[in-house]
Design a binder for this molecule. Structure first.
Ligand code: DQA
Length: 147
């Protein structure tokens, strides 16, 4: 099983950026723990601050991975191009947010990408990614059972 995590703009600053909202933990430290927890699964990671690079990555991995875990950052609220990219591929995407976007500014309450996603997980800190990985594993197991 192979899962792709994609982080969008400003998420390269996790641990430094607004720690009261996004926490103090460095991403690399969290990712190491996540990979240790799911040793049987290959978890690839990509981050970009650029919309086009996120789209390129969705297209690149979107036909042969078991799932994409996507935190599109602020593009979540604006990017029809990312919405279209998610729709264009066959791999299911789980939308993730570290913070509970519904408790924050009004403009964060709307996601343009959610309609194309398998589900949305938000508000659990970095654990949101763990929950998304688990959701993909559960889906793969359920799909296999149905076959
Ligand atoms: C975020 C929430 C977005 O509104 C914000 O622009 C981010 C991070 C989150 O993980 O909570 O960059 O996606």
């Amino acid at each position: 099983m192979r899962i792709q995590i994609i982080n969008g703009p400003n998420l390269n600053l996790l641990g430094i950026r607004e720690p009261e909202i996004y926490g103090k933990r460095a991403w690399e430290d969290y990712l190491k723990d996540l990979r240790n927890r799911y040793r049987d699964i290959r978890i690839d990671y990509f981050q970009s601050n650029l919309e086009g690079e996120i789209i390129n990555m969705i297209q690149e991995v979107g036909f042969d991975r078991d799932g994409i875990v996507l935190n599109a950052g602020a593009y979540t609220h604006t990017s029809i191009a990312i919405l279209d990219a998610i729709k264009s591929v066959s791999t299911p995407t789980v939308e993730v947010h570290i913070s509970n976007v519904h408790q924050r500014e009004e403009f964060r309450r709307h996601s343009v990408i959610s309609p194309a996603c398998m589900g949305v997980i938000c508000g659990f800190g970095l654990d949101s990614y763990t929950l998304a990985v688990q959701a993909i594993i559960n889906k793969v197991a359920n799909d296999a059972e149905e076959e």
